[in-house]
Design a protein around this ligand. Structure first.
Ligand code: BG6
Length: 484
């Protein structure tokens, strides 16, 4: 256990991310006793002038009870909110950060072990353009000053740049101020229950080990869909698009965990070493293995230019050039304004050789990991239909979390990840070389889209996306098995 008082400083405290994710996650960590009133203080920092109570009132509505803690909710909230103080100031000038440091130091000195180890966690819920000035200010004025022990850490959110060069420039600027062990790059998909389960499924089950390769697997699909559009985020989204928003980070991280070799141990560096190897083995994306789309009506948003080519949908094939995966297409697919909201991994096996049931590819086994909604893991199997004649049918071995773990409340991704930052565990955070390798994969394609060389195809809101995307998946070997 760590000693010393903990200060959590949320920069951008009145922004969307802080209100919707950071503070609610801190609330639930506090409610469950992972951070405790007697040794934690939370500071909100932003430009607007307001009082501590103004911030607390703004946050109140976002602190929602979880299943099973409705009765104590009011009390939980009333214990949590007084821990929050607010400091206002600019992001690029000394004064604000000087007063922030004064407030943190005053809190630290109010503790029994005055001058003992202090822990300072800076959460940058801010646009990346202000990361460099803010990091400079933290470094100059707000570092942990205890003589022995303690630490200062910074947590940053994507987007980390817009392409390889801008991301590397950002990494260099921050890297000059903080050591890699102090930087926590959040990808909240790495905090999802079933994403965290991937390592266990793959490396703790003998069943999968001999099957998990190009001899047995025909293709892998990693899919993200949302049934809503950009909803007021047009300014951000139009600059970045779905590839930078979802594929370059969330889906690629999932791909790494599906494809990587067994790490030497569970140490964060061992795991991240294996992920980097996967990324470095991805071949350049072929022009005819990409379909990008934009839902009709996207440019009606007042913050989006009428001639925008920004994709809100993308399907593409990544190919991993190594011994395990040669020839297996990894189909990444993500879209806004689709028919439904879902994120899942589908590992489709090859047809049975020497088939005697006339299955053709209708009978493919498919191993599905549904990340959301309703977490589930299921394996599609071919069984004999339970009746007199010998007839095959598709069925499932189904592990639905809702049924199997009825009593369990699955924690929010942000809760886990923030707890990791406090504990100093970087396993579920993106390392600098991993980020670089991820940008290397997508940068040439992104430049072609930015220069209109690759055009976004229109699709109807609420649909499956452009039909060319389904055709691409079929062309590289995905077989639709529904209904069999
Ligand atoms: C964010 C993206 O990283 O992830 C959003 O910026 C997206 O565009 C969100 O809506 C999806 O997260 P989740 O956890 O709801 O799948």
């Amino acid at each position: 256990p760590e000693i010393g008082c903990l200060s959590i400083i949320v920069l951008g405290a009145s922004g969307d991310l802080a209100k919707k994710k950071t503070f609610p996650a801190l609330f639930h960590l506090h409610r469950q006793g992972f951070i405790e009133s007697h040794d934690v203080h939370i500071f909100g920092y932003a430009r607007s002038k307001m009082s501590d109570d103004d911030l607390r009132d703004r946050l109140r509505g976002y602190l929602t009870p979880c299943k099973g803690c409705k009765e104590t909710h009011e009390e939980d909230v009333s214990k949590f909110l007084p821990l929050i103080k607010y400091v206002s100031g600019p992001y690029d000038a000394d004064e604000g950060f000087l007063s922030l440091d004064e407030e943190i130091s005053a809190y630290e000195m109010s503790k029994d072990d005055k001058g003992g180890p202090s822990r300072r966690l800076f959460y940058l819920a801010l646009p990346p353009s202000v990361y460099p000035p803010v990091c400079k200010m933290i470094k100059r004025f707000c570092m942990n000053k205890s003589a022995e022990g303690g630490w200062t850490r910074v947590v940053v959110e994507k987007p980390f740049g817009k392409d390889l060069n801008s991301s590397e420039a950002l990494s260099t600027q921050i890297g000059e101020l903080f050591d890699e062990s102090q930087i926590y790059r959040i990808d909240h998909y790495l905090g999802k229950e079933l994403v965290q389960n991937l390592l266990v499924l793959r490396f703790a089950n003998r069943l999968f080990m001999p099957l998990w390769n190009h001899d047995n697997i025909s293709n892998v699909q990693i899919v993200f869909k949302e049934d809503f559009g950009i909803e007021g985020r047009g300014g951000y989204f139009n600059e970045y698009g779905i590839i930078r928003d979802i594929l370059q980070n969330h889906l690629l991280q999932v791909l790494c965990l599906v494809a990587m070799e067994k790490p030497v141990s569970l140490k964060p560096e061992h795991i991240r070493d294996e992920k980097v190897k996967v990324l470095q083995s991805v071949l350049p994306i072929k022009d005819d293995e990409v379909v990008v789309g934009q839902y009709e009506g996207y440019t009606d948003d007042p913050t989006v230019p009428k001639d925008s080519n920004t994709p809100t949908f993308a399907t593409m094939v990544l190919r991993i050039h190594n011994e395990r995966w040669e020839g297996v297409p990894f189909i990444l697919k993500a879209g806004k304004s689709m028919k439904s909201r879902k994120a899942e991994i589908r590992v489709q096996f090859k047809d049975v050789p020497g088939d005697i049931f006339n299955l053709k590819s209708k009978g493919r086994n498919e191993f599905v990991i549904r990340l959301q909604p309703s977490e589930a893991i299921y394996m599609k199997l071919i069984v004999k239909e339970p009746r007199l004649e010998m007839k095959t049918a598709q069925s499932e071995l189904d592990l639905s979390y809702r049924q199997r773990y009825q009593e369990v409340i699955i924690p929010e991704a942000y809760e886990r990840l923030i707890l990791d930052t406090i504990r100093g565990d970087q396993q579920h955070f993106v390392r600098r070389d991993e980020l670089k390798a991820a940008w290397e994969i997508f940068t040439p394609l992104l430049h072609k889209i930015d220069s209109n060389e690759v055009q976004s195809l229109p699709y109807k809101p609420g649909s499956r996306g452009p039909e060319q995307a389904d055709k691409l998946a079929e062309k590289v070997g995905y077989v639709q098995t529904h209904g069999y």
